[in-house]
Design a binder for this molecule. Structure first.
Ligand code: SF4
Ligand code: SF4
Length: 431
């Protein structure tokens, strides 16, 4: 579990220990210790919320730099469809794709093209006998990690198809090898242009036993500033785009789900809503649905922490852009119309990593649970965060698990002191 390579990190020199991130982390992964935030790597799901809300810009995403990518002989850009929503008045995606070539990429493969393929395969997948329904989309890595950490019974609901980023990576590499047989594997850099840090973690760690086909990940924000310097909209761009409305709609909530052409779906965004839906599903309170699309970021991928534009503005821009596009530019061919190719599946679901288990020993876990409950009842219950934990229950757990000092609650300490003084006064008066 400790070997998981995260993409969200802390710049200690900027952190003032203000507790803003502590209060917002959805998995209670943050504590304030010695005046600074500290992330528990076993709990972090790389959702990027702490990056978005830190007032001091102390949390940051780690990803590749452009100069590293440019050292490869053959560089392929895989733009996430959320990239298109960053530009004002964009009427033609080709301006962006041409721009990617102008900043140094040798080829461009749209993730929205692969998304159209995945949509078509999803429609076939949902017809498969024996799969657990509702099927949960495998596209958002935060959702996948959240399920691995908290909802073991929901793992079998995860759609066992690769997400568009991976399908795009495979097809892009294949195209490069076919068109340029002189290139060796290590000459090619398949580079995803990402809206969020969770995709960086996915690429670094894989999923289950699947290892990513993406070589490097750049952030949309870095690439955006390179692109605006070269995009010349007065010149007609080369025709490069190979996707339509369906593919580009994956950038916003509901885009993936609406492409299954079946209204028995649910689409939710924002980590709190996602958690709520998973809880409901886990408790058996959601039925009669075929498909669930969950996006951890507000508005979908356009709300990722590595974008530049407000997600609602980006969404509005994509709506306008879609007007100029065909529904889809991807048709399944031959056998694919009936069978999903074997290489689109991932074989193994990720292992359950129980963050809430207190001890390997069941009896010991029960004992600890009772001790946490007892301590929690003694605490003031105002969840002030002064102890460095996000709430009184988390602090009680930290104390019983040996991660925090027992006298960390300042309110409880002063109450005890007050009681002692009163007791002493009482003793003095009686003398
Ligand atoms: S939000 Fe968190 S990381 Fe940012 S300054 Fe406050 S405590 Fe530190
Ligand atoms: S990335 Fe998300 S889960 Fe990880 S520490 Fe930040 S807010 Fe918590």
């Amino acid at each position: 579990m400790n070997s998981y390579e995260h993409s969200v990190s802390l710049d200690l020199s900027r952190c003032t220990g203000c507790t803003t991130c502590l209060k917002h982390c959805p998995t209670e992964a943050i504590r304030i210790q010695d005046g600074h935030a500290k992330i528990n790597p076993n709990r972090c799901i790389d959702c990027g919320i702490c990056i978005r809300i830190c007032p001091n810009k102390a949390k940051k995403a780690t990803y590749s730099r452009m100069d590293k990518v440019m050292k490869y002989k053959w560089k392929i850009a895989l733009p996430a469809p959320a990239l298109y929503g960053q530009f004002e008045d964009l009427e033609n995606v080709d301006y962006v794709l041409q721009g990617l070539k102008d900043i140094g990429f040798d080829d461009v493969f749209e993730v929205s093209k692969a998304a159209e393929l995945v949509s078509a395969y999803t429609r076939l997948y949902l017809k498969t006998n024996g799969i657990a329904k509702p099927v949960i989309s495998s596209a958002c890595p935060v959702v996948l990690r959240l399920i691995s950490l908290r909802y073991p019974t929901l793992r079998e609901h995860i759609m066992q198809l690769l997400p568009p980023m991976e399908v795009a990576a495979r097809l892009a590499r294949q195209r490069a090898m076919e068109e340029h047989p002189e290139l060796a594997r290590e000459d090619i850099c398949v580079c995803f242009i990402s809206p969020c840090p969770a995709k960086v973690s996915y690429v670094r760690n894989g999923f289950g036993d699947y290892q990513s086909e993406v070589d490097e990940v750049l952030s949309i924000s870095d690439v955006y500033f390179n692109l605006i310097n070269v995009m010349r909209r007065e010149q007609e761009p080369q025709q490069l785009s190979e996707s339509g409305k369906i593919g580009i709609s994956w950038a916003t909530t509901g885009g993936e789900a609406s492409a299954i052409f079946n209204d028995k779906y649910l689409a939710a965004d924002g980590i709190e809503n996602v958690n709520h839906v998973l809880e409901q599903l886990d408790n058996g309170n959601i039925s009669n649905l075929e498909f669930i699309e969950l996006n951890a970021c507000p508005g979908g991928c356009v709300g990722g922490a590595m974008t530049v534009e407000n997600p609602f503005v980006a969404k509005a821009r994509l709506q306008t852009l879609r007007r100029y596009l065909p529904v889809s530019q991807t048709q399944l061919q031959g056998e694919e119309k009936e069978f999903i190719p074997q290489n689109i599946f991932f074989d193994k679901l990720p292992t359950y990593l129980p963050i809430q288990r207190l001890s390997e020993n069941f009896g010991e876990s029960l004992r600890m649970m009772a001790a946490i409950q007892k301590l929690h009842e003694e605490l003031p219950g105002i969840d002030c965060g002064a102890c460095g934990a996000p709430n009184c229950r988390a602090y009680a757990e930290d104390v019983i698990c040996g991660r925090a000092e027992a006298d960390g609650c300042t309110i409880l300490r002063s109450k005890k002191l007050e009681a002692l003084l009163l007791q002493k006064e009482g003793t003095d008066d009686s003398q």
